[in-house]
Design a protein around this ligand. Structure first.
Ligand code: ZN
Length: 427
């Protein structure tokens, strides 16, 4: 028995050392941010690296350097140039991919800023960017080398104070959520402080964050804008703000986005971050969330608690919208013969890869809906309607924070996805 335990300990030590060695073998404990332009339209797409920035300490996982989830449209892969071994990868999405699916994006060329962080390599690496379409067909966008000895790297400078709103664990043992305020002038200082605390409490009082509070950090950048409020180009309202957020992204009135992504990441650099949540000082309804990119919320709304956790569902969980009625940015978003990548919607093409194993035996598929007073209202199933369309796409439950305005009500599938993401950042 003793011998078994000893062997087990040795084996465990061996694995943890091997994993740690892997990070230390290839990387130093620092962020390398790749800032690039994503250019094109529906028929063509290119990526041009503009500059590199060396940031603060590496806040992502050190144990799982190869991306387990492929929820995003873009994949960056980092290869050791000598051995050609894959040493880091990350999947994420971007506004550009959404732009390509709009009417304008069919013909007009757009150029958008994007940034992605990787751990800072010790030796020369090959950087490979691949873009995936809705059919999951990949196209290589760019391949280049980064040599830490010769490639020019800009240094990030600390500019802002940081507020600690919730302390869970060390940055590499927790998901680091960073709030960035936009449209708060110096005269709004009291409101800024109040709002950052308020939004942090919305996150921490919602499942699964509240049960996993030791694995969650929330900080905020204390950065003021020159003017109060947020730009609304469609109403001819322009404001000089910290990171220049604006409504009417992709010509959608309530789509609130930040187009200066390089500057956004420079501002974020003053604190460790895995996920950026932008809080906008505005009375106009709006928001948006893109997987592993950033999300926005506005501060004056009727359901701010719901809005922030819903948008963070897109941001960190890669969750799809389970509703199918509102005005949306996309046309024919889910091909009927392909299983979507998002964990909480299915076309039933490959339902086994989704939540089939979580269903009670005998659950009919598709699952018929019932009244909210019916005992079957909470039943997990595959309900038709979701991902913006009423036919051919199925959602796991009749009620969920990704479906209706319901705070702290993620369905079991969405909750499990978020738990797995938080665990991933905590290992
Ligand atoms: Zn759900």
């Amino acid at each position: 028995m003793k011998k078994t335990i000893l062997l087990l300990i040795v084996a465990l030590l061996g694995t943890s050392m091997a994993k740690a060695q892997h990070f230390d073998q290839y990387f130093v404990n620092k962020n390398l941010r790749i800032n690039y332009l994503h250019i094109g339209n529906l028929s063509s797409e290119t990526l041009t690296i503009d500059h590199f920035t060396a940031g603060g300490e590496w806040s992502g996982t050190r144990e799982y350097l190869i991306e387990p989830n492929h929820y995003g449209d873009i994949m960056i892969e980092v290869f050791d140039s000598l051995s050609n071994k894959l040493i880091y990868s990350r999947s994420y999405s971007c506004l550009f991919t959404e732009y390509r699916t709009t009417e304008k994006g069919e013909l007009e060329i757009a150029s958008m800023e994007e940034s992605v962080n990787i751990p800072f390599p010790k030796q020369t690496v090959r950087l490979k960017f691949t873009s995936y379409d809705r059919r999951r067909v990949g196209a290589v966008l760019s391949e280049s080398y980064f040599n830490p000895a010769v490639t020019p790297v800009q240094k990030a400078h600390k500019q802002y104070n940081v507020m600690n709103l919730h302390k869970g664990g060390k940055p590499d043992k927790a998901i680091d959520i960073l709030f960035i305020p936009d449209g708060y002038a110096k005269s709004d200082a009291k409101l800024l402080k109040h709002d950052m605390k308020r939004f942090a409490s919305y996150v921490m009082n919602c499942s699964p964050y509240k049960e996993m509070k030791k694995k969650v950090n929330i900080r905020a950048i204390k950065g003021y804008s020159e003017e109060s409020g947020i730009t609304q180009p469609q109403n001819n309202i322009y404001r000089k703000t910290l990171i220049n957020c604006a409504y009417n992204a992709l010509d959608l009135d309530r789509y609130l986005m930040c187009l200066g992504v390089w500057h956004l990441n420079d501002v974020a650099d003053d604190a460790p971050y895995d996920a950026i949540v932008i809080i906008c000082n505005s009375e106009k309804y709006g928001g948006g969330g893109i997987y592993n990119f950033y999300c926005t919320v506005y501060n004056h709304g009727q359901y701010p608690d719901y809005v922030i956790v819903h948008e963070m569902g897109h941001l960190i969980g890669g969750l799809a919208d389970e509703y199918y009625t509102s005005e949306v940015t996309v046309q024919d978003f889910y091909p009927a013969d392909i299983e979507p990548v998002e964990p909480n919607v299915t076309t039933l093409v490959d339902f086994k890869s989704k939540w089939l194993d979580m269903l009670e035996p005998g659950t009919p598929i598709p699952t018929p809906t019932c009244d909210k007073n019916d005992p079957g209202f909470d039943r997990l199933g595959a309900y038709e309607g979701g991902g913006y369309v009423s036919k051919g796409v199925y959602r796991p439950a009749q009620h969920c924070t990704m479906h209706q305005i319901r705070y702290d009500d993620f369905c079991p599938v969405c909750k499990k996805t978020l738990e797995e993401v938080i665990d991933y950042y905590s290992k």
